[in-house]
Design a protein around this ligand. Sequence first.
Ligand code: SAM
Length: 188
Amino acid sequence: MNKLKYLALSKHIPIISDEALALIKEIIIANKYQTLLELGTAIGYSSIMLSETVKYLETIERNEVYYQEALKQIELYHKEKVITARLGDALTITPYKEGYDVIFIDAAKAQYLNFFKRYQNYLNENGVIITDNLNFHDLKLELVSKQTKKLIKKIATYRQFLINNEKFTTTFINKGDGLSISKRKVKE
Ligand SMILES: C[S@@+](CC[C@H](N)C(=O)[O-])C[C@H]1O[C@@H](n2cnc3c(N)ncnc32)[C@H](O)[C@@H]1O
């Protein structure tokens, strides 16, 4: 197993699934996307894995301990030229670029809707917004804590927002923990 993946798993840090990673890479390569903004770096696993496929990857993490570990890993993997890691809250930080080809939402699930609303403004014309962990491990509402229940409802609201969205078309993919891929509708 990849050392970084092992490190994340041994510290119980949730990271992207192999299936989701492979799918995102496929999408990037098929569309020749070059720039990616990631919300939620953790210790840099997905950033480092995805950096093989893009020219510029900016990633935001609010937990300083994770951010420092990510910086260390990015250096270890010699990815400093491609990855710009940033410490801050994705809800308030100002991205460096005006637009990105891929926006990958993988931070606090409770904020998915706010992330989408904020970052749709930073999406290049033919780009995609990808959200991970939409299935929330298929938990049953009657079997979980109040807090988890709230989160499940928020994710359901986010899904509905994507389904009803007049500006974006979203495809839901049942791989890994469930992904969504949203693309701007073509103007007629
Ligand atoms: C699922 S982990 C990211 C995993 C990483 N993308 C990977 O696959 O290797 C989610 C991360 O988002 C961070 N996070 C949560 N809310 C955030 C926010 N508002 N701004 C920045 N980071 C946030 C958490 O601290 C956590 O490290």
